[in-house]
Structure formats: structure tokens, C-alpha cells
Write a protein that binds this ligand. Structure first.
Ligand code: NBP
Length: 501
């Protein structure tokens, strides 16, 4: 009984998180459904890992569970969905009251709420923890978004804080440089208690929704530079590398600069030009957009990113349609420097909208699911380790520190100013995309959100009139207090006027 923690699921995430935990001085018991994978992992650890003695493999669940100190902490990193339920049910006969299961998979938050309830009835604690950062994050410091009871969190907290990504507390800059056996220590730890039951997985899901639109916006910036300016991939990559030195600095911009400058190993120019233009998806972006629809949150840019991937997947249809459906001929722009600057503005302003939508959605969710979430802390733990880590997140942290009840990120003075400064370029880029027939649905959706949100008046007066006309749904009047509802018998009232015409 000497393991500090256990872990089930030795695929890419489980192996890396186990090594991260061991590097921080904890003894970890590991188990995988297929024992061959566990044995291979242990063999590899012995060859390559300084902390291998602290990783102990088990081929059967009973010995695995019994080897862990009580109250037991068992991390699941199995395929999200039914595999998680199967694994929990397999563990249950060996668990005792007060033991804690931590699901680090990308679970749907409603599943986490259900699992927490079912396990609480059996005296078992359940933490749903978002884990972001992919393979490298899991190995050297992910962003961790745990939720469950405070009691369970206090038991997990020391390990979770140790293994999470670290950032400079003042600047928010990630502290890099972790290596096997030499983890990064000190700094602000990107692991923070999010709230009860499914809150952690919900926040992780929205993180992924933001990731979808963040990636889509970067792709649109690349596509506009390629098509409006005729720039080759490596030159565009250098622009991204330059942008990475300023307010757009982020993990995604950094890897984009690398990807665009990568030569094709098969010798055909740049690799990006040889990659088939169909994007896959595993579902978290779609969950985010679907839940935004359900809660009535205007996350249209996040949804646009999901639709853009769906459209990209119709490659054969698009190839056929391109022979039939015509658009304007692209006229390349002459003033390269000015257009690049405008695209940069479009990217930054759209990105602000994407985050504004993500936080607005989380705000709706906390009301719907009875959570009390701390937006400043969420922004803080996204500063390091995760895929959307960015210099910009320090500004979001600052915005919520200044006003924890901020209604919309765009209303923070820094972001209001950024939108004011960038919007001329943003509008110009979208106009050029439209007149040249270049799809830029992420930029355009974000601008529609911005223009809609800043409009005191919208044409929904007519819409409500239509609803009242055909469905007697009633309307409120501008000249009467809110909450008083009116109905007109439209066909009757309208007919005399129609007959005059
Ligand atoms: P996968 O999502 O590919 O899952 C593979 C693991 O699940 C293996 O250990 C496999 O066991 C186990 N498993 C399966 Br599949 N069905 C099972 C079942 N019925 N019972 C028990 N175990 C089962 O691995 P991953 O990419 O490492 O991701 C792990 C979790 O972390 C997922 O929930 C994922 O969504 C989440 N996540 C992934 C990333 C990423 O970048 N990959 C990032 C953040 C979060 P076997 O070896 O016996 O088949």
C-alpha cells in the first residue's frame, strides 16, 4: 500500500500524465485494460525515464487498487464515453468509502454530473477534471480544470498543483523547460478548483470550443494572405512568427509559424500545400456550439468554426461544386503591408469576440447548472499548459481582476480600446473577402456578433411582430414598462390596409 495515486488508461495521455506525476516525487500505480500496453510502458520507462522506479505496473485491478494509499485517488484517462462507465464499474468492487475517482478524459459534463451523483450514493468521491495541453502538456504541465466536492479536491490538490503547467505570476508567461526527471517548479500553478460536479468538464469543453474558433481564425488569416496577396507558405509563416512577438503571441500562432515554414519531406515544396484540406473533429467543439444553442447564448463564432470543419469534410462535393458554382475572380491587393496589418487586426478583434462568447456561454451555464464560477481564475489557469495559452489571457485575467462581474469581455477598457483600434482593418478584410469570394466565416461571424452586441436597436421588433401575427406570441412596447405584453389580432387589423393597396 505505497502508491500515492493510481492511473487507469495507458494511451498517450495516461502514459504522459503518469510520468509527470512520478517526476514530481509521487509513486504511481498504473493499470491498462490490455496488460500488454502496461508491460510495454513499464519496459520503456525502465530504459528512458529517470523516475521509472516510482511507476508501478499492475496487470489485475485488485492488486492495482490495493496498492494505493487510502483515501485512494485513481485517475482515469480512458476513451471518453461508455469506456469511462465500464472502467468505473470494474473498479467499484475494490473501492472503499471516501476513495476518489478522477476522470481526466474529455467527458461530456452531463455524464460527469450523473457519475458524481451515482458514486456519491455509494460513498465514492468523483472529480471531473479537464486536462488540456495534449501529449506535451500531460508530460510537462497541463492546464487542469477539476470539479467535485471541496473535500475531494483538497485531497487531490497537492498533486494536481504540482503537475500542472507553471506561469510567471506577474506576467502570465509560461515557465518552459521541463525535461524528464526535471519538472518545472515554482511559479503560479495552472490548476484551480472550478466548482461542483460537471463544472470542470464544462469549462474544458468551452476551452475546446474557443480552441476551434482560435484555429479557424488563424486559418482564415493564412488563407487571405495566400489568396489576396499571393504569398507563399513560408512567407506567411514568417508573418505569424512576427505576430508571435506581440499581443497575438500564443501557442497556436507559434506552431502555425512552424507549420507554414515546414518543407515537404517528400520534396514537393511546403508540407502545408500537400496536406488535404479536410479537418477532423472529435466532438467537443460541436458540444460547445450545441449547448450554446440550448442555453440561448450567442456563440455564433464558435459555431461557425464547427460548421467550417463540417464544410471542409465535404471535399469531393466541393470539388464538384467548384466546377459549377461561379464566384468573382480574385483581384490581388497591391498594398501588402497594409493588408497584412488589416488581417492582423481582423484576427485580434475576432479572437476577442471568440473569448467573449466563450465566457458569456460559461456565464449562462453557471446560472443553468447552479454553479458559481470564478472567471478570473479560469483565465489564469488557461495562461499555461493548454492549447489556447496566449499572452492575451493575462489581459483577460486583468479584466476580471478589475471587475469580477464584467458582463462581457469587450466591455473591459483594454478590450474596448482594442476593438476600436482594430475594427477598420477587420471590416476592410471582411469586405475584401466578400468581394473576392474568399470564405472567412469566422471573421464574419465574430464581426456580426460585435455589431449585434453594440446595437441598442435590432430588427427583432419586426420579428416579434411576425411571431405575434402567426402565433399570438405577444410583444412588449417601447413606450410601456417591460413585462407588459400586448397582442394584436393582426389579420383583422391589417386587412383593411392590405385591401387599400
Ligand atoms: P484514447 O481516448 O484513445 O483512449 C485509449 C484508452 O482507453 C486506452 O487505455 C484503452 O485501453 C482505453 N479503453 C478503451 Br478505447 N475502451 C475501454 C474500455 N471499454 N474499458 C477500459 N478501457 C478502455 O486515449 P488518449 O488519447 O490518451 O485520451 C485519453 C482521454 O483523455 C480521453 O478521454 C481523451 O478525450 C482525453 N484527452 C485527450 C487529449 C489528447 O490530446 N489526446 C487531450 C485532452 C484530453 P486499451 O489500451 O486496452 O485499448
Amino acid at each position: 500500500k505505497n502508491a500515492d495515486i493510481g492511473l487507469v488508461g495507458l494511451a498517450v495521455m495516461g502514459q504522459n500524465l503518469a510520468l509527470n506525476i512520478a517526476d514530481h516525487g509521487y509513486t504511481i500505480a498504473v493499470y491498462n485494460r490490455d496488460p500488454k500496453k502496461m508491460l510495454n510502458f513499464i519496459e520503456e520507462c525502465k530504459k528512458n525515464e529517470p523516475s521509472h522506479e516510482r511507476v508501478v505496473g499492475h496487470a489485475d485491478l485488485a492488486s492495482f487498487v490495493l496498492s494505493i494509499k487510502r483515501p485512494r485517488k485513481i485517475v482515469l484517462l480512458v476513451k471518453a464515453g461508455s469506456a469511462t462507465d465500464v472502467t468505473i464499474n470494474a473498479l467499484l468492487p475494490f473501492l472503499e468509502q471516501g476513495d476518489i475517482i478522477i476522470d481526466g478524459g474529455n467527458a461530456l459534463w452531463t455524464d460527469t454530473i450523473r457519475r458524481e451523483k451515482e458514486l456519491a450514493a455509494k460513498g465514492i468521491e468523483f472529480i471531473g477534471s479537464g486536462v488540456s495541453g495534449g501529449e506535451t502538456g500531460a508530460r510537462f504541465g497541463p492546464s487542469l480544470m477539476p470539479s467535485g466536492t471541496r473535500k475531494a479536491w483538497s485531497s487531490l490538490e497537492p498533486i494536481w498543483r504540482d503537475i500542472a503547467a507553471k506561469v510567471d505570476p506577474a506576467t502570465g508567461a509560461p515557465l518552459e523547460g521541463g525535461a524528464p526527471g526535471k519538472p518545472v517548479v515554482g511559479g503560479f500553478s495552472c490548476a484551480e478548483y472550478i466548482g461542483p460536479d460537471g463544472a470542470g468538464h464544462y469549462v474544458k469543453m468551452v476551452h475546446n470550443g474557443i480552441e476551434y474558433i482560435d484555429m479557424q481564425l488563424i486559418c482564415e488569416a493564412y488563407w487571405l494572405m495566400k489568396n489576396l496577396l499571393g504569398m507563399p507558405a513560408d512567407e506567411i509563416g514568417k508573418v505569424f512568427a512576427e505576430w508571435n512577438k506581440g499581443e497575438l503571441s500564443s501557442f497556436l500562432i507559434e506552431i502555425t509559424a512552424d507549420i507554414l515554414q515546414q518543407k515537404d519531406p517528400a520534396g514537393k515544396g511546403f508540407l502545408v500545400d500537400q496536406i488535404l484540406d479536410t479537418a477532423g473533429q472529435k466532438g467537443t467543439g460541436q458540444w460547445t456550439a450545441a449547448n450554446a444553442l440550448e442555453l440561448g447564448a450567442p456563440a455564433n463564432a464558435i459555431a461557425a468554426a464547427v460548421y467550417a470543419r463540417a464544410l471542409s469534410s465535404l471535399k469531393d462535393e466541393r470539388v464538384e461544386a467548384s466546377k459549377i458554382l461561379k464566384g468573382p475572380a480574385i483581384v490581388q491587393e497591391k498594398d501588402k503591408a497594409a493588408i497584412i496589418e488589416a488581417i492582423k487586426n481582423a484576427l485580434y478583434c475576432s479572437k476577442i469576440c471568440a473569448y467573449a462568447q466563450g465566457f458569456q456561454l460559461i456565464d449562462k451555464a453557471q446560472v443553468a447548472y447552479n454553479w458559481k464560477l470564478n472567471f478570473g481564475e479560469i483565465a489564469q489557469i488557461w495562461r499555461g499548459g493548454c492549447i489556447i495559452r496566449a499572452r492575451f489571457l493575462q489581459k483577460i485575467t486583468d479584466a476580471y481582476a478589475l471587475n469580477s462581474r464584467l458582463k462581457n469581455l469587450m466591455l473591459d477598457p483594454y478590450f474596448t480600446n482594442a476593438m476600436n483600434e482594430g475594427q477598420a482593418g477587420w471590416r476592410k478584410v471582411i469586405a475584401l473577402a466578400v468581394t473576392n469570394g474568399i470564405p472567412a466565416q469566422g471573421f464574419a461571424a465574430a464581426l456580426a456578433y460585435y455589431d449585434g452586441y453594440r446595437s441598442a436597436d435590432l430588427p427583432a421588433n419586426l420579428l416579434q411582430g411576425q411571431r405575434d401575427y402567426f402565433g399570438a406570441h405577444t410583444y412588449e412596447r417601447k413606450d410601456q414598462p417591460r413585462g407588459q405584453f400586448f397582442h394584436l389580432d393582426w389579420p383583422e387589423a391589417g386587412r383593411p390596409q392590405l385591401s387599400i393597396e
